[in-house]
Design a protein around this ligand. Structure first.
Ligand code: PBG
Length: 330
């Protein structure tokens, strides 16, 4: 007895595989994270993120024009704030002439149609390395939300199209939305990091921005009182539904690969676009294995990106965006 149905017919050659392929990657899928730094003429490689760079403002123009020419039309900006500008309240985050605000203007000038998103959280601005304000050893929720809303406003005043709050304080989406409406920025969007887990995969990013929590008594050692416990699944839906009710236009799961069950859950349950952040540690892991010759970099990269999209991601923020698009163009 031979099988009547033979699934291998649909895998017999490249043409038939192409016809039946369910998941196609394109430049439209990506948001490119951009790290900016003070100084001139700087393109600094991040030691724990091989071939990923921090750019000074004067070199940003060239980089975003290259992204645009590759078909990459969205960036997410992160600022590496000089140590002397950090304080306990993140005051520099509101500076209309701060590094982030100048970066937004520079990208918009260089590439007016580029969609500009900005990271909203206090950690790069905080002398203590936390996403909110700390008092008596605790990360305060409501006081942090007030600053985060003002910070968001300053980004859209500078020209950002979307803000991306990554802080995980309760109620920040509503506070940001209300402030935008009150101030007349009704078209400014919010991409909420709605299901962001307390993950060890953020290590290289904290190197990139020098933003890790400082090791002092009375400063929480980790972000577990605001970022989610990675053991939890249903909590992600709760968090995400609340953010949608508060006005999030796009929601997000972060990190990516270890959390694809959550991505699928959200995709099945919510009707706003779902973004996934494939984070720094995921990038560095593959770079390291490929450097050792243990994994085929391009093949594994494409497999991972495709898996993220297959799981339900409508949008992927990834440090691999440029590499992937170059590979697709070959
Ligand atoms: C800041 C922020 C982090 C990331 C994005 N925004 C770090 C953190 O929460 O500690 C991580 C991104 C990455 O690892 O690539 N709130």
């Amino acid at each position: 007895m031979y099988p009547l149905k033979r699934n291998r017919r649909l895998r017999a050659n490249d043409a038939i595989r192409g016809l039946v392929r369910e998941t196609i990657i394109s430049p439209n899928d990506f948001i490119v994270p951009l790290f900016v730094t003070e100084g001139k003429g700087l393109k600094e490689e991040i030691p724990s993120m091989p071939n990923y760079f921090r750019y000074s403002i004067d070199l940003l123009e060239k980089e975003v024009k290259e992204l645009w020419s590759l078909g990459l039309k969205s960036v997410l900006i992160f600022a590496k704030v000089p140590e002397h500008l950090k304080d306990q309240k993140g005051s520099e985050a509101l500076n209309p002439n701060g590094l982030m605000q100048r970066a937004v203007k520079t990208v918009k000038n260089a590439c007016p149609d580029m969609l500009v998103m900005t990271d909203v959280a206090l950690d790069p601005y905080s002398s203590l390395g936390h996403d909110g304000i700390i008092e008596n050893g605790k990360v305060l929720n409501d006081a942090s939300v007030e600053v985060l809303a003002e910070m968001s406003l300053s980004h859209v005043v500078a020209g950002a199209d979307f803000v991306a709050p990554s802080d995980m304080m309760d109620g920040r989406i509503l506070a940001i939305r209300e402030l935008f409406e009150d101030e007349g920025y009704v078209d400014a969007g919010i991409m909420s990091y709605s299901a962001k887990y307390a993950s060890a995969f953020y290590g290289p990013f904290r190197d990139a921005l020098d933003s890790a929590p400082v090791d002092l008594i009375d400063v929480p050692k980790d972000k577990k009182t605001y970022q989610m416990d990675y053991a939890n699944r249903f909590e992600a839906l709760r968090e995400t539904e609340m953010d949608i009710d508060e006005g999030a236009d796009i929601v997000m799961v972060k990190p990516g690969l270890c959390y694809l069950d959550i991505v699928r859950d959200l995709k099945n349950e919510v009707n706003v676009p779902v973004a996934v952040y494939q984070v720094s540690g995921e990038y560095s892991m593959l770079k390291a294995a490929a450097e050792k010759g243990w994994l085929n970099h391009d093949a594994v990269m494409l497999e991972q990106i495709t898996a993220i999209k297959r799981a339900g991601a409508d949008i992927i923020a990834s440090y691999f965006a440029k590499d992937v698009v170059k590979l697709l163009n070959q």
